[in-house]
Design a protein around this ligand. Sequence first.
Ligand SMILES: Cc1cc2nc3c(=O)[nH]c(=O)nc-3n(C[C@H](O)[C@H](O)[C@H](O)COP(=O)(O)OP(=O)(O)OC[C@H]3O[C@@H](n4cnc5c(N)ncnc54)[C@H](O)[C@@H]3O)c2cc1C
Length: 443
Amino acid sequence: MTEQNIDYDVVVCGGGPAGSIAARQSAQLGLRTLVLEKDAFPRFHIGESLLPYMSGLLHELGLLDHVKREGHPVKTGAEFSDTTGKFHRVSFTDQGEGRFHTTFQVDRARFDQFLLDAAVDAGARAVTQANITDIDLQDDDTPHAVHYTAPDGEHVVRAKVVIDATGRAGLISAKLGLRKTVQQLKMVALYHHYVGIREENNPGWRGDIQIGNHDDGWVWAIPNAAGMLSVGTVMRRSTLRGADREALFQDHVSRVPRIVQRLGSAQVQGPLRTESDYCYYAEQVAGNRWFLVGDSAAFVDPVFSGGVYLAMVTGRQAGVEAAAIVNGSERTEECADRFTRLYKTGYDTYFRLVQGFYEYNFDFGAFKADLPDEVDARSVSLLLGGDFWGHANTFASELRKVERWRIFEPFDVYYGCPAYPELELAERTALAERNGSIVGATS
Ligand SMILES: Cc1cc2nc3c(=O)[nH]c(=O)nc-3n(C[C@H](O)[C@H](O)[C@H](O)COP(=O)(O)OP(=O)(O)OC[C@H]3O[C@@H](n4cnc5c(N)ncnc54)[C@H](O)[C@@H]3O)c2cc1C
């Protein structure tokens, strides 16, 4: 590939969390990086509750202090309740020493703007209101071409590496026909934002996400800004068919007394929004100098708030792989293989967690009570926190044994925690010593 033929080392398609972190990582590693985003920022996006491992990841990325200063509501746990008001709380302190015990509920408009700005600060060029219309991928070593339309006209840019971070639009997945629906997780969400929330009405812990289960699905309540609550109901698609959406939303919320209590006399702000059919995956997530990151390749039901974390971890890894390809330090196939293992390990673990929850009819307490004795309470807390790549996690190991929860074809699991790399390695080493085996390098 001659230098005259390329405009950028890497073009990142989409400026959500996955794209911004991919672009930031690429730029930090010295690549000429362009990120193209369809919308004008800041823009509304659903996905407001973050995992505690996100604090570890933001710390690794050098971004935690800034996010803290932004004043997002602090989250210290997750509450699971039912229609009788019975509840079970997972506290992030149960993760034990060495991990952050708090994370954030965020207004995604602000959070995503901050991440995109961080990519620009690292040297990436960002163009918003740039609607990508086509991505021409090449099988040989000629540059890929990305076509987009911006307010000033149509453009084509050529790059060595393309990272698709277009979220649920999934441009490459759509073009190559890679996306498969997870039939057992065909769900729909209806949600509102409420204002006028008063903390004294909250029967639980300030800042917590609440998840309420009932016969037809589950309801979330997320305090995503001061005085505000995002409330959504998730149900099987068949439940929504032909129904009055607003009435159905109100009916589901009214079934969860602890969420009703927290709402008090708050008022709805804005329209009722809908997200539908949202669990899918792609078996192929990387190819010849291209990577699919975040939602562009897979989307898992949001009940455990893992989407943004998975998006940022996979985005960052794609940036690392892009640099290895551009610098010629590793073969393209090796980069694609390592990325694929990391991507699939994260999403597969999260898919399994959600499938278990669904099998227990959205009752996490019942699911947890039925786990085998080998699964210790700390592993449960860590996995809910985002410990998707930890070798020592007994809950994750158990989930991986359940054949009916398998989504991807069999693959080699990737171990090595993106949020706490040294800690995970130490725990993996200790586990290997206990088992009398040798620690394998996985990354
Ligand atoms: C109902 C619901 C609730 C959720 N709740 C949570 C939660 O509480 N916590 C959590 O972590 N996750 C949650 N999620 C998931 C979360 O929203 C996503 O996993 C996350 O946003 C993925 O980030 P991403 O960067 O991959 O994609 P996105 O954030 O969707 O970003 C993709 C970007 O690509 C851009 N784009 C798309 N097409 C084009 C194009 N043609 N040209 C240029 N740009 C394009 C889009 O404008 C967008 O900005 C929820 C999801 C849903 C549906």
